[in-house]
Design a binder for this molecule. Structure first.
Ligand SMILES: NC(=O)c1ccc[n+]([C@@H]2O[C@H](COP(=O)([O-])OP(=O)(O)OC[C@H]3O[C@@H](n4cnc5c(N)ncnc54)[C@H](O)[C@@H]3O)[C@@H](O)[C@H]2O)c1
Ligand SMILES: [Zn+2]
Length: 337
């Protein structure tokens, strides 16, 4: 089945979106959307909802409501709720219509488009993220920037990290840093930032279209900064995903001398006034443990994409020794004072 996901931008979601009968509304309570009807499943978003128990409850709720094959799941929330909802929609009666309404910046720029759905599990007490999932494209995506007004600072920084990543991949040198800074400080979305968010969705759309099922290694570029990003995230309780990725982009940029990636990321980190996370200084041993836990590792190496110059991506086969050397170099350049 192939169809094109329709993306709509609207500062007021249409009433018809909320009046569907043969449908379930899966809603993150933090989105502040409250509906009067009965076909609603509320949950408090966060990684904790990406679980079998939530999946089962959502699926059962749809059965109770007698939703048939022509029915629909409308998901309103951040990436965690969208991942859970996407999976439920793909499983229910072997797949029903899916509408996504992302309510965080990260989910707008990264989690809505691309068709990846997932829940997590844990084995031996360790969380295995996105361990079970499907590819299932949404039929419609509704983007409304008003949701972003209530986002806490940590989530704003997180979204900005992924937004910048996507813009840089496409060589959009002119990420609107002033607008981004205003968003970080007061949560406002001006025209320039709105344009950048639309652009980033288009970039993701283009990359995904080349490799719908992530089999041709075309999506690897979307992993920019993610090897080190995941290490930092794994070492920290307070660092958001997007911020870890932004620092990851800066560290990994040094795998290739004089890369445009260094220029973009170092300038952005400075412009946004971000403080180097202390996880950068954690021991080699701790970094090594997390490097070996990376799902993308093959034997002792991970493929790391680096933007060398405009329209020039280098895929660096990297082992832990090379990565630790890069970490040391980064600390010397960035954290020596
Ligand atoms: N499917 C994909 O392609 C893809 C891509 C990137 C990330 N993801 C997944 O997305 C998840 C991260 O998404 P996220 O960053 O949106 O996190 P999230 O869904 O955990 O949301 C972060 C927090 O913000 C709250 N929130 C949501 N909307 C809000 C609003 N409008 N105002 C105030 N608070 C609000 C949530 O309740 C939660 O507490 C991860 O599970 C990740 O694996 C999926
Ligand atoms: Zn990411």
């Amino acid at each position: 089945m192939f169809f094109k996901t329709k993306v709509f931008y609207s500062s007021r979601l249409p009433t018809r979106l909320f009046q569907k009968k043969n449908a379930l509304y899966l809603i993150d309570t933090k989105s502040n959307i409250r509906l009067k009807q009965k076909n609603v499943f509320y949950l408090a978003g966060g990684e904790g909802v990406k679980k079998f128990s939530f999946l089962e409850n959502v699926l059962k709720k749809m059965l109770e409501l007698n939703i048939d094959r022509k029915g629909e799941l409308v998901v309103i929330g951040g990436g965690s709720v969208l991942d859970l909802g996407g999976l439920a929609a793909s499983l229910y009666l072997r797949g029903i219509r899916l509408t996504l309404v992302p309510t965080t910046l990260l989910s707008m720029v990264d989690a809505t488009y691309g068709g990846k759905t997932a829940i997590d599990t844990s084995i031996h007490g360790l969380l295995v993220k996105n361990s079970f999932g499907t590819f299932y494209q949404a039929h419609e995506i509704w983007i409304n920037f008003n949701f972003l007004k209530t986002l806490p600072k940590k989530e704003r920084v997180s979204g900005v990290g992924e937004l910048l990543k996507t813009l840089w991949i496409d060589n959009q040198k002119n990420a609107p840093m002033k607008s981004i800074l205003a968003f970080l400080n007061i949560g406002s979305v001006d025209r320039k930032l709105a344009k950048a968010i639309c652009a980033s969705l288009k970039i993701k759309e283009r990359i995904v279209a080349e490799d719908l099922y992530d089999k041709k290694n075309k999506r690897i570029i979307l992993n920019l900064g993610h090897t080190v990003g995941h290490i930092l995230e794994g070492l920290s309780k307070r660092l958001s995903h997007g911020e870890a990725v932004l620092w990851g982009i800066a560290v990994e940029s040094l795998l290739v001398p004089k890369s445009i990636q260094s220029k973009h990321s170092f300038q952005a980190i400075q412009a946004l006034g971000l403080k180097a996370p202390k996880e950068l200084k954690r021991s080699d041993k701790e970094w090594m443990r997390l490097f070996y836990a990376d799902k993308k590792r093959v034997k002792s190496e991970v493929l790391i994409p680096v933007l060398k110059a405009e329209k020039q991506i280098i895929i660096k086969k990297t082992n832990i020794k090379q990565l630790l050397k890069t970490k040391t170099l980064f600390l010397k350049l960035f954290c020596s004072h």
